[in-house]
Design a protein around this ligand. Structure first.
Ligand code: GDP
Length: 476
């Protein structure tokens, strides 16, 4: 009897990445979708302090990670875009302008509904999906929950203001996620606009835009005057083509909840973004720990639709309760199965609540490749000089087997953004003579991110060294 690592992780209510890492330490480098034998599985189960109990297949959660779509079933799908940037640099204006332009061009035929995402059509009839909640907080919260829905980030920078703290945060979050970026230099209509300065400031963050000979697309726009929105959409289209985004539309649908609410008249509503398959009215589903049946689907123009394919956002009516953003939404064969999975997930949630495993050294390693491991960190210090010294000291610890990866480094108190970034990547936060502010403390309690304080650099590097060495294990 064999089992995939992912499925075992589901059964144990542990993170797949942790199992992969444990297996790596045990000398068997495997990926999430590979199978392991029963002996290895039992060893792992005990290693994680669980009791071994064989359960029937129907007791376990849905696992489709091993169920890869055949190449010939894949069809191009629209890219999903998130807009990020500093406050007041024009994220909302840009989202509205793009949607507004689509409405004017006559494609709408309905009244704009704010359901959490919308789609626009390009002249070649291809589509682009925009998530309506701009900013990196929502982006990283979704990632922390395992939902990677964004394909492309549009980073908005006001040409009259240049790079600001939240711009830099957005850059860090985007880089940590490995999502390609397009720079929208906004407010180009303003007399004090200095787009070239924006390009130069980006260089300090290793972003070299095309205008300066790099490969990150940069587009000058004015959300206010609706200037060059086409240019921005073209850039997105081009980036999407490079990414070759594809999905199989002909299968039971898997989607992600991107927004949810309780409507007075209609009850619980969730907007989902279909990842693969086609979602249809009448489908039975599990959303997080809730089950339900699709009673109606509403698109972003308020129209009732019968179905939604990959990357199409739709509002679903027919939930028993309000799910959370980032929850997986999966169509299953029948209601009995849906209830079973929902109940199982609820039991996992209950267990998690009582034994919340903190994000720690144990599960901080990127697991994809068993070749070079990464040691991600978020660093905050009291003065600039310390930050620089710490970052270079930490970087010097990198070896061929394990590489230090500073997701973000900065000066000042530990903020909520630092915490969401760390949580999304399973990284600890280092506070060097600094502490978290109130909001960050809340976020730390919620996410259980590991926080370490230091006031002597070599204490910090000693810890990092032994942590890195310990994770590699003696066999390497
Ligand atoms: P957000 O906080 O990033 O969502 O920014 P908003 O979209 O709310 O815009 C902040 C302010 O900048 C508003 O007063 C907008 O009218 C203004 N604004 C946005 N885009 C432009 C633009 O292209 N040109 C000018 N002149 N003002 C803009």
């Amino acid at each position: 009897e064999t089992i995939t690592v992912q499925e075992l992780a589901n059964r144990m209510a542990e993170r797949g990445a942790d199992l992969v890492k444990a297996l790596f330490k045990m000398g068997s480098p495997v990926t999430l979708t590979q199978t392991i034998d029963q002996d290895t599985a039992e060893l792992l189960v005990t290693e994680f302090g669980h009791n071994i109990k064989r359960v029937s297949e129907s007791d376990v959660d849905i696992d489709t990670s091993a169920d890869v779509d055949a190449a010939e079933s894949l069809q191009p799908r629209p890219p999903v875009v998130t807009i990020m940037g500093h406050v007041d640099h024009g994220k909302t204006s840009l989202l509205d302008a793009i949607r507004g332009a689509a409405v004017v061009s006559g494609e709408a035929g309905g009244i704009t509904q704010h359901i959490g995402a919308y789609q626009v059509s390009l002249p070649d009839k291809s589509k682009v999906t925009f998530l309506d909640t701009p900013g990196h907080e929502a982006f990283s919260e979704m990632r922390a929950r395992g939902a990677n829905v964004t394909d492309i980030v549009v980073l908005v920078v006001a040409a009259d203001d240049g790079l600001k703290p939240q711009t830099v945060e957005a850059i860090n979050h985007t880089k940590a996620a490995g999502v390609p970026m397009i720079i929208a230099i906004n407010k180009i209509d303003k007399p004090e606009a200095r787009p070239q300065r924006v390009r130069e400031e980006l260089l300090q963050h290793e972003i070299v835009v095309e205008q300066l000979g790099g490969d990150v697309q940069d587009v000058e726009v004015s959300a206010l005057q609706k200037t060059n929105l086409d240019g921005l959409l073209n850039a997105i289209h081009l980036q999407a083509e490079i990414l070759e985004l594809k999905a199989n539309p002909d299968r039971a649908s898997e989607a992600t909840v991107i927004e949810s609410k309780l409507d007075k008249g209609r009850g619980p509503l969730a907007t989902v973004l279909v990842q693969r398959g086609t979602l249809r009215v009448g489908d039975v589903f599990v959303a997080g720990a809730q089950s339900g049946k699709v009673r109606a689907l509403t698109d972003d123009k308020g129209r009732q639709v019968k179905e939604a394919g990959p990357a199409m956002p739709v509002e679903v009516l027919g939930l028993s309760a309000v799910p959370s953003a980032g929850d997986p939404f999966t169509v299953v064969e029948n209601e009995a199965r849906a209830r079973e999975v929902a109940a199982y997930r609820q039991s996992v949630l209950d267990r998690k609540r009582t034994t919340a495993a903190p994000v720690s050294l144990e599960n901080m390693f990127a697991s994809k490749a068993a070749t070079t491991m990464e040691f991600p960190l978020v660093v905050k210090a009291d003065v600039h000089g310390s930050t620089e010294a710490i970052v270079s000291a930490l970087n010097r610890l990198s070896t061929d087997e394990i590489r230090v990866r500073i997701l973000s480094s900065g000066v000042g108190a530990i903020t909520e953004s630092d915490v969401t970034l760390a949580a999304a990547s399973g990284a600890p936060i280092i506070g060097f003579n600094v502490r978290p502010n109130a909001k960050a403390r809340e976020a730390i309690n919620r996410t259980k991110v590991e926080l370490r304080y230091y006031d002597v650099i070599y204490h910090l590097t000693d810890w990092a060294k032994s942590a890195m060495g310990g994770q590699l294990g003696p066999e390497i």
